[in-house]
Design a protein around this ligand. Structure first.
Ligand SMILES: Nc1ncnc2c1ncn2[C@@H]1O[C@H](COP(=O)(O)OP(=O)(O)O)[C@@H](O)[C@H]1O
Ligand SMILES: [Mg+2]
Length: 283
């Protein structure tokens, strides 16, 4: 497992119990999604996993080793964290300087720093913005710059807090495509938080539903969304397409073996049901 949480608890100084015994494990190479409504503890969990907050109880393991045994620098090299708001992450005057910050801190030689900055900006599709002042960037470009800064550290796993928040639909889709590419081509394990249910079946190998600081459900998107009651108890809904499948099954007696979660699955299901019915009529 590249990342594990074992009975992680976290209480803020005002007494809020934000995490109430989190257990999870993510194998190397997976695309995992932490799905939960606002206030469920997603950001707190990510801050604990990345070492920004110390758990009150429990342990976080990266590559099988507790993160409290890692130096800050070792942990930064393994686990990248992309904040929800890139304005909280970016601080250098220009894109290039910002992306260089981590590698410079690792005391890499200048040629290697330059190589990493160039490679990271190419991976996120903004090599032409290297000398651009940060404050001229669009929000989507800032997200990419923040991801490039993390990539320049060559992490094994990237944790992203609501990476599509604040983006328009096209921008959100582009960021998700970028994350899939980094997962597939660079083999970086991805663990992202979202409250957008419809993203999950399109991208996740594994999903964890977080509610009230507890993992209510974990599994593949099909395993999780088949537990309709629990999903709704977590103040979430089914993916739109699954809801359509549910109505076709209940109200229109359409025969389906499992809830469709994506448009592609729904399309196959409807075509096969319609064809099946056609044959019945023919007989
Ligand atoms: N700095 C803080 N001090 C006190 N309570 C906090 C603080 N940050 C978050 N919380 C509380 O912790 C809980 C989880 O918040 P958070 O981790 O931000 O959830 P999410 O990211 O899922 O929206 C919420 O009840 C929130 O009000
Ligand atoms: Mg949050």
């Amino acid at each position: 497992m590249i990342l594990e949480a074992q009975q992680v608890h976290y209480t803020y100084s005002d007494g809020t119990n934000a995490l109430n015994g989190i257990d999870l494990a993510i194998p190397k190479g997976q695309f995992a999604i932490l799905l939960g409504p606002n206030g469920s503890g997603k950001t707190t969990l990510f801050k604990v996993i990345t070492g920004l907050l110390k758990p009150g109880r429990g342990a976080v393991l990266v590559d099988g080793r507790p993160i409290r045994e890692y130096s800050k620098e070792e942990l930064y090299r393994k686990v990248g964290f992309v904040f929800q708001d890139p304005n909280d992450q970016l601080f250098a005057p220009t894109v290039g300087e910002d992306v260089a910050f981590g590698p410079v801190n690792l005391k890499l030689d200048p040629a290697e720093v330059a190589r990493r900055v160039k490679a990271a900006l190419e991976m996120v599709g903004i090599p032409h913005l290297i000398n651009k002042p940060i404050h001229y960037l669009s929000f989507g470009q800032k997200k990419r710059a923040a991801i490039a800064g993390v990539l320049a550290m060559k992490p094994d796993i990237i944790i992203l807090d609501e990476p599509t928040a604040g983006l328009d639909p096209a921008g959100a889709r582009e960021i998700m495509r970028l994350l899939v590419k980094l997962n597939k081509e660079e083999r970086i394990t991805m663990f992202m938080a979202t409250h957008d249910v419809d993203l999950v079946p399109l991208y996740a190998d594994r999903v964890f539903i977080l509610f009230d600081g507890r993992i209510l459900l974990a599994g593949s998107p099909h395993e999780v969304f088949n537990q309709k009651e629990l999903v709704r108890n977590a103040h979430l809904r089914l993916p739109r397409v699954a809801h359509l499948g549910e109505i076709l099954f209940k109200k229109d007696n359409l025969v389906i073996d499992k809830l469709p979660l994506t448009i592609g699955e729904a399309r196959r299901m409807v075509i096969s049901a319609v064809k099946g019915e056609g044959e019945n009529y023919a007989r």
